[in-house]
Design a protein around this ligand. Structure first.
Ligand SMILES: [Zn+2]
Length: 81
């Protein structure tokens, strides 16, 4: 009976090692491509540079904050057109 148990343990160890060898290959294959470099845009009101995701976009223009977007859209002090 001892032989059978030993065979089972050996099979588990081999399977575990095989899985361990498989895993890093998969993760190493696709790490850098998932994160594109974020483009910087400047506020149409004050010119502040910011990552695009942090900007407020309106009518194809980017603003650093909601306040500047409102200022520009209301034409308060901004060059309307
Ligand atoms: Zn601004």
């Amino acid at each position: 009976m001892g032989k059978l148990i030993l065979l089972g343990v050996l099979a588990i160890v081999v399977w575990w090692l095989w899985r361990k060898l498989q895993a890093p290959e998969r993760t190493a294959a696709q790490p850098p491509a998932s994160r594109p470099v974020e483009s910087m845009v400047s506020c149409a009101r004050c010119g502040l540079n910011q990552p695009r995701s942090e900007c407020v976009e309106s009518a194809g223009r980017f603003y650093c904050c909601e306040q500047h977007r409102r200022d520009a859209e209301s034409g308060d002090g901004g060059e309307g057109r």
